[in-house]
Design a protein around this ligand. Sequence first.
Ligand code: ABF
Length: 219
Amino acid sequence: MDQLAMKKIAAQAALQYVKPDTIVGVGSGSTVNCFIEALGSIKDQIKGAVAASKASEELLKKQGIEVFTTNDVSQLDIYVDGADEINSQKMMIKGGGAALTREKIVAALAKKFICIVDTSKQVDVLGSTFALPIEVIPMARSQVARKLVALGGSPEYREGVITDNGNVILDIYNFEIMQPIEMEKELNNIAGVVTNGIFAQRCADIVIIGTPDGAKIIE
Ligand code: ABF
């Protein structure tokens, strides 16, 4: 079974957590695109959605789903998003699509974070297969990169990418993360870092893995 088919299985299974008359938090990426399509099939049962990226906002509108801003809501029942890596403690690396800051903001509004992935995203140690993205204020790019080298990583400037917030992305290669909560805090303390792609302090509550045998749900 190909990866897209597994993403669709995970996305479809997430619909069971959508409560009627609620505003749904929606992340970004190709797995979430499958979720947005599935959400379109029950659009009359929900109030609308809050999107973590401009791309997701456009797709939601195309499905006829009303899009609210984060300032319109005080809390979301659920936030549904993908991940680049997820470990057995439901901690994640995110930000491959450069939407990590908005994803963290919308996730923080939600009572439950539902992570939808295919089997390729499961890892023992975060950072072992995917570079860790960091959103950085442009003027701080070089000094942040030097700090990241001092921490043992190999940062690379993601050429040609500007985030929805007008910032740049550094991807840290060769950076296995043994203590995700501590590292998430440490990276956030570097001046000029807006957000890092470790989602450990606020990890997922429910993980839905699309597999060739159907959706595997870890609660
Ligand atoms: C978002 O989309 C990002 O945080 C993550 O980088 C990416 C997951 O990719 P995909 O769903 O396209 O595999 O969740």
